[in-house]
Design a protein around this ligand. Structure first.
Ligand SMILES: *Cc1c(COP(=O)(O)O)cnc(C)c1O
Ligand code: SF4
Length: 336
């Protein structure tokens, strides 16, 4: 029998017509996105749509999920695999870019399809962790004692069922040198029903301290149900952080980012990263230039305590860490 969250997921909105009707927008006003939706499907849970403003085609939540004709325009510098992840993959489902951390692409499934997603063209069928590939990936982690943290990513690891997650966590727990397990997920934000008693029971049994990194981009995403989901995660002793992507038209202003940090804190969540958009094909309309991003972050940093200021970061293939642009560390030598 399906749980409430699985029913909610099965009833997600997947057509432009349904989306227009739910938001009191003329169907014709969204029809231009049909071809883009044919390339990367529209998918958004109804509970997330309920947080959008009716009749507003520029709603910041809507823009994150709305297929648009301009996604199909070719833009120089924007390609299918902006982070060169396919060449960085040691074996199917296992990415090891940074020292001490191994990332598992646990599934291709997500509760929502975000138009700016850097893995929107990721070949999950060949490169995610099928149950068969899990053993090989964990074997590789087990033989490298330099790895202290396993990161469950995807797709969205919380779109896996409880039993599959429990099995995965237990298997990671059998690797003695793993000290932390991290889960990167947007599910508690777009489908907070998923954080139910069953999931919390599984997470409470996790064999190592858990870090859960949520993904919310705008304060309006964080309603009472999301706050309750975050409280549930903290209740099983997880450290709960948030990462966002800086998106034109969605959150590219200091007031929007300040409101997001404030709302996160009220929900018991601390901001971690604010990513510059990865140049993935189809997402160029979300781009915010680096200089403007730094200026916005300057205003955010001037308004908030340091622990509510996310690190503005960019990911570049081949670098030893994500490159933090602000708050900047380029004056280190003077300090020491
Ligand atoms: C982002 C990322 C990590 C985690 O980096 P942190 O700076 O520790 O958050 C690890 N592995 C891969 C492949 C990543 O893309
Ligand atoms: S939830 Fe994350 S992985 Fe899934 S589409 Fe959105 S950004 Fe991409």
């Amino acid at each position: 029998m399906a749980c409430a969250w699985q029913r909610e997921l099965a009833h997600a909105i997947t057509t432009l017509e349904e989306l227009a009707l739910a938001l009191d927008l003329p169907v014709a006003s969204l029809a231009g996105g049909a071809a883009a939706a044919g390339q990367f499907a529209l998918r958004v849970p109804r509970g997330f749509v309920a947080r959008m403003r009716r009749g507003d085609p520029r709603d910041p939540l809507l823009l994150q999920v709305l297929p648009q004709a301009r996604e199909l325009e070719a833009v120089p510098g924007f390609g299918p695999d902006p982070l060169a992840e396919l060449s960085g993959m040691c074996q199917p489902g296992l990415l090891q870019k940074y020292r001490g951390r191994a990332l598992l692409v646990t599934t291709g499934a997500c509760a929502v399809n975000c138009r700016y997603c850097f893995r929107r063209e990721f070949p999950y069928a060949q490169a995610s962790l099928t149950p068969q590939a899990t053993d090989a990936a964990l074997q590789a982690v087990a033989t490298d004692t330099g790895i202290g943290e396993v990161i469950l990513s995807g797709g969205d690891p919380l779109s896996l069922g409880d039993r599959r997650l429990a099995t995965l966590l237990a298997a990671i727990g059998r690797i003695p040198h793993i000290r932390r397990i991290r889960i990167h997920t947007r599910v508690p934000v777009v489908l907070p029903e998923r954080v139910d008693g069953g999931l919390l029971g599984v997470l409470a049994q996790a064999p190592r301290p858990l870090v859960v990194v949520l993904h919310a981009n705008h304060a309006q995403e964080l309603d009472a149900a999301v706050a309750q989901a975050a409280a549930g995660l903290r209740g099983v002793c997880a450290t709960v952080l948030n990462q966002s992507v800086l998106l034109r038209g969605v959150n590219d202003s200091a007031p929007a980012l300040i409101a997001l940090s404030e709302r996160l804190f009220a929900a018991g969540v601390l901001p971690y990263y604010l990513h510059l958009l990865d140049p993935v094909r189809g997402a160029a309309h979300f781009r915010v230039g680096e200089r403007r991003a730094r200026r916005i972050m300057g205003a955010v940093a001037a308004a908030l305590p340091g622990y509510l200021v996310p690190r503005l970061a960019r990911e570049r293939p081949g670098m030893p860490a994500k490159e933090v642009l602000a708050p900047a560390l380029h004056n280190r030598e003077e300090v020491t």
